[in-house]
Ligand binder design. Sequence first.
Ligand code: NAD
Length: 257
Amino acid sequence: LDAPKLFDLAGNVALVTGAGSGIGQRIAIGLAQCGADVGLLDRRTDDGLAKTADLIEKAGRRSIQIAADVTSGAALDEAVARTEAELGPLTLALNAAGIANAHPAEEMEETQFQTMMDVNLKGVFLSCQAEARAMLRNGRGSIVNIASMSGVIVNRGLNQCHYNASKAGVIHMSKSMAMEWVGRGIRVNTISPGYTATPMNTRPEMVHQTRLFEEQTPMQRMAGVDEMVGPAVFLLSDAASFVTGVDLLVDGGFCCW
Ligand code: NAD
């Protein structure tokens, strides 16, 4: 066994959703640094995807930029088709596209709840579905969905029952899909980050929250996006060939206390 080769992603093509910012952007670059070519999907129309693509080119790998919304199954099918046509057969997927907001449950409008579910839960379902259709054809694949520690615990003081429920849904849905595809060469796992320094946490209600988190975290700090790369590469690579249906908490120990 050549141990370092276990983490080598050369010869793989990945699709990353939410690749225009934060965790998805950093992991997309990390996958390229490990040898993969990457389809970059985001609904952002600013220069987020272009920045990711630029850094991937600097890493010596190829990428394509896809402006699409994960709430559309047709758009995701099209994104997978484009990625395969331009980069090659899809074997890896990292689904990070997501939104977050907060509102007291008793006052929450139905549309706010529904939008959260559409993006964070249905969006991951549709992404996995489109990706797995290609991977089943290709005979192998590894999918990682970005859930959250909020799918496991309730963030003290943060009124986001819809977000928490969407992330709990992502974790259990991913386990369920892992079992559906376990005999057909596809692994499905989730990463559940704790608070991570990204634009998502610059919302006004997060200032107090992130301070609270830092105080209450055994490691006494937030995560940097760099710290999500190792867990993602591990779960996507052959290093995790016997790992499926797992939720990997990357939370500085928060959920232990
Ligand atoms: P971010 O806002 O920096 O990045 C999210 C990206 O997803 C953005 O580029 C956004 O345009 C894209 N996106 C949102 N809705 C989309 C849609 N419908 N279609 C296509 N793209 C869409 O946030 P982030 O912190 O990097 O979050 C990435 C993932 O990590 C999310 O699923 C989030 O819930 C999860 N997460 C974040 C934290 C944290 O503390 N930052 C903690 C736990 C989990």
